[in-house]
Design a protein. Structure first.
Length: 461
C-alpha cells in the first residue's frame, strides 16, 4: 500500500516524495554513484550522511514538530480532557488494564489456619495416637485435637483446633502399635499457615495505578474479588481512506491491497485499545466529515489523506469542524505527514500517512503515547543498544529503522522504505536514528514492538 501521489524509490532508502525537498531527492538519486559528477558523492551506504552537526533545512517548508516533542505532546494531549470514569469488569476481562482504585483485602489471607503440607496435624508432644478419619481441603471444620492426638491432613485443609504443628508425610513414621513418631525435631506451628499470614481484611494489597497482570488477577481472586475497578480501554475507530484499495485478491489495474485495514486493529489492541469499528470510506470528503463528526470514540485513527493532494481531505475536514491541530507534521522518516488533532476535549484524531511503514511510524509516534495516557499505563523505561551496522541518516529528521535484537546489539534491517512491511514483519523493535545517521557501535534508543521477542530468527540484512 502506498500513499496517494508521486512516490520515489532510491534503493532501499525509499522516502516519501511529498516529504522531500530538491536537495534530498538529488542526494538519494545520486547515492552510490561511481562516475565523475558535478554533484559530490554521498557517503557510502551504512555510514552517517554527515560527519558534523546535522544540515539545517534550506527552506521554510520544514516546520514540522521534532520527533521527541511530538511524542511528548501526544502523551500530554489526553490529560486536558475530562476524566474518564472508572468501570467495573469481571476478572476475566481485566487483564492489562490499570487499577482505578487500591486493591484492598476483603478477608484475611488465609482465612483460617491451613496445612502447608500433606502429612499429620498433631497436638502436644509425641508419640501421637492417629485418628482413623482424615482432614481434606474444602471440608468442614474437624473436631479439635487433644494432646497426644494426630490426624491425617491434606495440603490446604483446615487445621483442627488446638493443633500445634503439621508433620510432613516424609518426616513421620508409625510403629507397630499405630502410634505416630516424628523423624526429626518439630517446631511449634511448623508447616501451618496461620490465619492472616499474608494479609488481614482491610489491608491494601496493591495501590491504584497498578497494571493488572496474571498474578494480580490471582491475588484479587484469592482476596475475594469477582470484579475489579479499572481505567477503561480507550475506544478507537479506524477510518481507512483511499479509492485505490482492495480488500481481497491480487493488485490489479492500478489498485493495491489494503495493508493497514488488517494490521492496525490488532496493533491498536496490542497497545491497549478497544477497536469499536474499522470503516473503509474511500476518497469522499462528505463521507469523511460525517464519519468524524458522528464518532463517539475516544480516538479516531485515519489512514492516508494527510498531505495536500487533490483527494487528501483530512486537513480540510479538520478545519471545517474547527479541530485544534496539536501536531501537523513530524520531523521523522518515514511518516513525516502525520498529524494529531483535538476534536473535542475528550476526543482526538491521529492522521496516519497511507504508506504502511510510515503509518506504523505515526502509530508509535502519536497514537501510542496518547493511548498510554488514556489507559493510565506507565511509560516504558527507555533503553539503548549499540547498532551492529552503521545507519544512513536523514539530514535533519529522525529516522525509525526496524531492527532485530541479537545478544547485546541491534541489527538494522533492510526493506525499510515507507511503503515496505518486509523489514518490520521480522523486527523486534524500531531503532531511533538521529539526524545525520548513526555509526557502527553507536548506542541507539529502541522502541519495542508490543508482541516481539528477541531472536525470532528472521534477519533481512
Amino acid at each position: 500500500m502506498t500513499a496517494r501521489g508521486t512516490h520515489t524509490h532510491a534503493g532501499e532508502h525509499a522516502q516519501d516524495a511529498e516529504d522531500l525537498d530538491v536537495d534530498e531527492v538529488l542526494a538519494l538519486v545520486n547515492e552510490g554513484s561511481t562516475g565523475d559528477s558535478a554533484v559530490p558523492s554521498p557517503p557510502p551506504r551504512g555510514t552517517p550522511q554527515t560527519s558534523g552537526a546535522p544540515r539545517k533545512p534550506d527552506t521554510d517548508q520544514h516546520r514540522a514538530t521534532p520527533w521527541p516533542e511530538a511524542r511528548a505532546i501526544a502523551g500530554r494531549a489526553a490529560r486536558t480532557g475530562s476524566r474518564r470514569a472508572p468501570v467495573s469488569v469481571v476478572l476475566d476481562s481485566a487483564l492489562s488494564l490499570v487499577l482505578a482504585a487500591p486493591l484492598v483485602a476483603l478477608s484475611d489471607l488465609p482465612s483460617f489456619d491451613t496445612s502447608a503440607m500433606d502429612g499429620w496435624a498433631v497436638a502436644g508432644p509425641g508419640p501421637w495416637a492417629v485418628r482413623e478419619d482424615g482432614v481434606l481441603a474444602g471440608h468442614a471444620r474437624s473436631e479439635p485435637l487433644s494432646d497426644g492426638e494426630a490426624v491425617r491432613i491434606a495440603t490446604g485443609a483446615r487445621v483442627p483446633a488446638d493443633a500445634t504443628a503439621v508433620i510432613r508425610s516424609e518426616h513421620g513414621r508409625t510403629d507397630d502399635k499405630g502410634r505416630l513418631h516424628a523423624a526429626r525435631d518439630l517446631g511449634h506451628g511448623q508447616d501451618i499457615r496461620p490465619r492472616g499470614q499474608e494479609c488481614r481484611s482491610g489491608d491494601q494489597l496493591l495501590p491504584g495505578g497498578t497494571l493488572v497482570t496474571p498474578p494480580v488477577l490471582g491475588l484479587a481472586a484469592a482476596a475475594g474479588y469477582d470484579t475489579l475497578t479499572v481505567v477503561p480501554r480507550p475506544r478507537v475507530e479506524v477510518l481507512i481512506l483511499g479509492d485505490e484499495l482492495l480488500t481481497e485478491g491480487l493488485p490489479r489495474e492500478g489498485l493495491i491491497r489494503d495493508a493497514l485495514g488488517p494490521m492496525l486493529p490488532s496493533w491498536l489492541r496490542a497497545l491497549g485499545a478497544e477497536v469499536t469499528a474499522v470503516r473503509r470510506l474511500g476518497d469522499d470528503e462528505k463521507v469523511l466529515h460525517k464519519a468524524i463528526t458522528g464518532s463517539t470514540a475516544d480516538l479516531i485513527v485515519t489512514t492516508g489523506g494527510t498531505a495536500s493532494g487533490p483527494v487528501d481531505h483530512v486537513h480540510p475536514t479538520l478545519r471545517r469542524i474547527g479541530a485544534e491541530l496539536l501536531v501537523d507534521g513530524v520531523k521523522v522518516r518515514p511518516g513525516h505527514p502525520m498529524l494529531l488533532a483535538r476534536i473535542k476535549d475528550d476526543q482526538h484524531l491521529v492522521g496516519l500517512p497511507g504508506n504502511p511503514l510510515a503509518a506504523i511510524s505515526g502509530l508509535l509516534t502519536l497514537a501510542e503515547p496518547l493511548l498510554r495516557t488514556l489507559s493510565a499505563h506507565p511509560a516504558p523505561e527507555p533503553y539503548e543498544l549499540p547498532l551492529q551496522d552503521a545507519v544512513h541518516g536523514h539530514p535533519y529528521d529522525t529516522r525509525l529503522i526496524p531492527v532485530v535484537l541479537r545478544g547485546d546489539c541491534a541489527v538494522p534491517l533492510h526493506y525499510n522504505g515507507p511503503a515496505m512491511l518486509r523489514g518490520i514483519a521480522g523486527a523486534d523493535a524500531l531503532a531511533v536514528v538521529p539526524p545525520g545517521g548513526a555509526r557502527q557501535g553507536q548506542q541507539a534508543e529502541l522502541i519495542d514492538l508490543p508482541w516481539a521477542a528477541a531472536g525470532i530468527g528472521v534477519c533481512f540484512t
